[in-house]
Design a protein around this ligand. Structure first.
Ligand code: ADP
Ligand code: MG
Length: 292
């Protein structure tokens, strides 16, 4: 493509809600044969809400939510915002926490009134020596509904499980259908649990799901696809997606996502409209002269 046609393409993109930061991304997009999509905040809206709370023996539901909220107050994760909003909606007192830490892609922990409280994935609690079996069936039921099961432990004992669900974006199914109809391979990549991921992926027509992927491993998953000879576009919104966006042949950030995601991507979809991905691809084909 000539510099002139690229400039025209960038301008047309901007008017279609597709911000092109890297002209090479526009040139490469038409050759992409594999699209990797982050789940939370990309295929879903990224505004999760608490849908259920289960308490373990010796704990109350409100107590579970209040303990979790005390720790999540220091987190900026979308799951944290959902838990805080639920605690607030129930008018629960949220205690001060000390010594907050957030191992990426696993959860958060802190001291609440001198007790160590853990909030996160089942794997996170198990790795810290907490038995989660007592609520395994409840957590599985949350996941089968497409919700994330956030487990809570206090003083080394399982306290409860919180179901947090995030609605699928209205355009996601049509976008996946169009990509597949164009012959592209579509892969979901998420740090969330496999059961939750598959419950979201199946109705969208995505059968290739890479779940339980820790933040560092997201870029490695993209790298593996590239080594297979695939030309990869990766769409994501989070801090944890940034390295994968930078490594992909074309990184696509959701405009509703984090700044680092947008800085790492060649293309940003304004307003977080995932359908912009299809417009960007059409633009690339037009720019490269393959559509007349
Ligand atoms: P995704 O790839 O879906 O955007 P993340 O990598 O951010 O997800 O997180 C992966 C998993 O780690 C979450 O599904 C959750 O189980 C756990 N987790 C991460 N941060 C938190 C948090 N602040 N509170 C509770 N759980 C968390
Ligand atoms: Mg995300």
């Amino acid at each position: 493509a000539t510099p002139m046609s690229i400039m025209v393409g960038v301008g047309r993109g901007a008017r279609a809600g597709v911000l092109i930061r890297d002209a090479e991304a526009l040139e490469r997009l038409e050759r992409v044969d594999t699209v990797v999509l982050d789940k939370t905040g990309t295929l879903t809206r990224g505004v999760p809400a608490v849908t259920a709370v289960a308490a373990a023996e010796g704990f109350g539901e409100d107590e579970v939510l209040a303990l979790a909220a005390a720790v999540e107050r220091a987190s900026e994760h979308p799951l944290a915002r959902a838990i805080l909003a639920a605690a607030e909606a129930r008018g629960l007192p949220v205690a001060e926490a000390e010594g907050f830490a957030s191992p990426a892609g696993r959860g958060v922990h802190a001291l609440v009134a001198g007790t160590d409280v853990l909030v996160g994935s089942a794997r996170f609690l198990e790795d810290k020596g907490v038995a989660v079996g007592a609520l395994a069936a409840r957590a599985d039921a949350f996941r089968a509904d497409g919700a994330t099961a956030v487990l809570v432990a206090a003083g080394g004992r399982l306290a409860g499980a919180i179901g947090v669900a995030d609605a699928v974006r209205p355009e996601s199914a049509a976008v996946v259908r169009a990509l597949k109809a164009a012959g592209l391979r579509v892969v979901m990549l998420t740090g969330d649990n496999d059961a939750t991921a598959r419950a979201i992926a199946a109705p969208l027509g995505i059968d290739e799901v890479l779940a339980d992927v820790l933040p560092d491993a997201k870029a490695a998953a993209v790298e593996r696809l590239k080594r297979e000879g695939r030309i990869v576009a990766m769409a994501g919104d989070g801090v944890n997606d940034a390295p994968a966006l930078a490594l992909a042949d074309v990184g696509v950030a959701m405009g509703t996502g984090t700044d680092v995601a947008m800085q790492s991507a060649g293309v940003t979809l304004l307003g977080g409209d995932l359908a912009g991905l299809l417009r960007a691809r059409a633009l690339s084909r037009a720019t490269m002269g393959n559509i007349r």
